[in-house]
Design a binder for this molecule. Sequence first.
Ligand code: TYD
Length: 229
Amino acid sequence: MAVVDAVHLGGLAAEAARGCFITFEGPEGAGKTTQIRRLQERLENEGFAVVVTREPGATTLGQALRRLMLDGDQEPLAPAAMALLMSADRAQHVATVIRPALSMGAVVISDRYADSTYAYQGYGEGLDLGELRKITHLATGGLEPDLTVLLDLEPALGIARKRHAHRTGRAELNSMDERSIEFHRRVRAGFKALAQEDPSRFVVLDATGPADLLTMRIWKEVGEMIGVR
Ligand code: TYD
């Protein structure tokens, strides 16, 4: 991809550069963090500038919103309030982290983005997808990922993985983890429906397979997209 090659070649065409935007999505406990870290390492070894970020909570505003949204001690939020706060987090994130990094020619990898709002607040909570898309457009100015890696797995397994990680001090639990398994199944089905609607942007991978195999498959997709093998 020419835009990324500008960075690869030392930023010679930096003013014309537009980096590459990759998002990771999936139900709880799918192993996004591990795969993002490995992808970052690989890209950096190949000479790319990489910015790893996440939603919610990547900015100062986002940190405050994240506590309000996901801390189990807070009052439960109405689904529309949650959708609007996630979108406020995203607006700040896009404006102050993602767009500036892309305009410097970096590869930006975000752990969750707008598809999470469609899956959790749309398919999970039943909010209207058309309305969520409008709010999202306001928040992002229409910025869409170039590639979305959906790590798919049965929610009962994902939540069990996350609880285990929590017990061993490797993960935090949040208010979403307390939701019913039916809710998480709707979210998972939502992610799959979103992927089916947009097959050129999504790659769907079975997150129950060996982590090394997943890493290889993710690199195959990303490497092809940015023109490195
Ligand atoms: P987090 O602790 O970051 O967990 P994970 O490793 O699963 O990403 O929690 C983020 C939670 O917020 C997760 O349960 C998904 C949820 N979420 C939404 O409901 N809507 C959104 O738009 C986003 C970005 C996240």
